[in-house]
Design a protein around this ligand. Structure first.
Ligand code: GDP
Length: 480
């Protein structure tokens, strides 16, 4: 809080905001999470609630009345797609609101805030502008970090082993087993293998598995159809012989697959980490923990492993490639947020947060996030339910009530649900082997597909979100 601090900050601002007007701070806020975790809804609701204020009391700058204006601006990065805020908001505020299209690739949005500083600074200067550059990207892309230090042969062996345990991979595994990778390369075979591999990944994802790398196979973005995305793991039929099939020389199927795997790392994974990931200051990782818990113990175990891998990306020390692209830069704060908490009565929220803490703690303990501040939370970016206590056979049952979404996207009936309870000790969930696998949230959870509630609730009509304001405070509050 001294003048010297102020000056130092000023200098920092000049160096870190290449794109802002002189001296205007820029916060690059990364928003990630696996598919369907809730990134699009989170960003849309966050921006809507910052633009149209009065519903974010836990954001200190807002409750102190220091946010004088908020507006969207053209983003400084001309080459990056813009987050399609208006279309997503349109979906949520339509006469019959519907959920927006989910994140498929990286995009960005610049939100600028005019804030009146606190304390000492308030006397020194008038209102200043702070730019929040929100960067939305699939969590699947982070998992690709694990590919960087693997050879094609290592990756193949691991991936095939992992697929053995998963549903939906039988067809691909049979196909791969029948391949002779030492035979001359043919594009049609490569294509058929890649297509079958990709559909196996989709099926695993649909069955609730989290780690379905390579990330661009599920979310190809603009690289769809390129050779870099036309490869698949192959069994090393040469095993036991003197030489592995993967070193049979140029022109073989294995050789070309390995070449494409290397191209994927070089042309897709590396640029993402170097050009985008490395510039993020604050990060929120959204997790559909409830979805995984409902899908069962195998999906939870998979989520636990996947979280550990995602956390690896925030631990540059662990990875030579990362050290090289980050060049000493690091994320300052990471928030791990369980989304869709409106599926549970608030009396269960602490348990959900406990699950998030446990999911990240193990990794965090080992992690040394090199000083990055981490926190776990349960949120709903857009609350689709209200709470209700129902008496059932003489017992009070804590329920949530919402409007169901029909399969054709129309709004169905209103109903109250009891999704089941979470265990008090998250260990029961995360180490099912120890306690005997048990299904949690097996109550009404599977039918709880809610239609979005109108985003236009006024203050007093009940909060349109759950703790979105606290998430915002953690992520950007200290810089406003
Ligand atoms: P993305 O793939 O990470 O961009 O995920 P989306 O933001 O598209 O969210 C996926 C789906 O999760 C949405 O279509 C909604 O059905 C659901 N969802 C996301 N956020 C919320 C929330 O706050 N409350 C509820 N009830 N559902 C949500």
């Amino acid at each position: 809080g001294t003048i010297a601090d102020t000056l130092t900050r000023g200098v920092e601002n000049v160096t870190d905001s290449l794109s802002g007007t002189f001296g205007e701070p820029v916060i690059r806020l990364g928003v990630t999470g696996l598919s369907r975790a809730g990134k699009t809804v989170f960003i849309t609701s966050l921006v809507a609630n910052l633009l149209d204020r009065g519903r974010m009391p836990q954001l200190a700058a807002e409750s102190e009345g220091r946010i004088l204006a908020a507006f969207l601006q053209p983003q400084p990065d001309d080459t990056m797609p813009r987050f399609d805020y208006e279309t997503h908001l349109g979906a949520l505020t339509a006469r019959t609101p519907h959920w927006p299209d989910s994140t498929r690739a990286i995009s960005q949005l610049r939100l600028s805030l005019k804030v009146r500083p606190t304390g000492l600074l308030a006397g020194l200067s008038g209102a200043r502008r702070v730019h929040v550059d929100i960067v939305d990207y699939p969590g699947e892309w982070l998992l690709d970090l694990g590919l960087m230090d693997k050879s094609y042969a290592e990756w193949s062996a691991e991936t095939l082993a992992r697929m053995q345990e998963r549903p939906g991979a039988t067809e691909f595994l049979a196909m791969a087993r029948n391949e002779d990778a030492a035979r001359p390369f043919e594009e049609t075979r490569a294509k058929a293998l890649a297509a079958s591999f990709t559909s196996a990944l989709h099926r695993a994802r649909d069955a609730g598995y989290s780690d379905c790398t390579p990330g661009r196979f599920l979310l190809p973005g603009e690289k769809e159809g390129s050779a870099m995305l036309t490869f698949a793991p192959l069994p090393d039929t040469g095993e036991g012989r003197r030489r592995s099939v993967f070193s049979r020389g140029a022109g073989s199927l294995a050789d070309e697959m390995a070449r494409r795997f290397e191209a994927y790392k070089r042309e897709i994974v590396r640029p993402f980490f170097r050009d985008h990931f490395s510039r993020i200051d604050r990060q929120v990782v959204l997790v559909d923990a409830l979805g995984a818990i409902h899908a069962g113990p195998a999906a939870v175990e998979d989520l636990r492993r996947t979280m550990a891998e995602i956390l690896g990306a925030f631990r540059p020390g662990s990875n030579a490639f990362l050290r090289q692209v980050l060049m000493g830069k690091r994320v300052e704060k990471i928030l791990f947020a369980a989304t869709k908490a409106d599926h549970l009565h608030h009396t269960q929220h602490a348990r959900l947060t406990g699950v998030m803490q446990a999911l990240t703690r193990e990794a965090a303990d080992r992690a040394q996030f090199s000083g990055a501040e981490t926190q776990a939370m349960s949120i709903a970016a857009l609350r689709a339910t209200v709470e209700e206590t129902i008496t059932h056979q003489g017992q009070a049952l804590e329920c949530v009530r919402g409007t169901l979404l029909n399969d054709d996207g129309t709004r169905g009936r209103q109903a109250a649900f009891h999704p089941g309870e979470l265990p008090e000790d998250p260990g029961h969930l995360l180490r099912p082997a120890r306690d005997g696998a048990k299904a949690w949230l097996d109550g009404d959870y599977s039918i709880m597909r809610f239609a979005p509630a109108p985003l236009t609730l006024k203050p007093g009509e009940g909060p349109p979100h759950i703790r979105l304001d606290r998430a915002a405070q953690v992520l950007i509050g200290d810089r406003l």
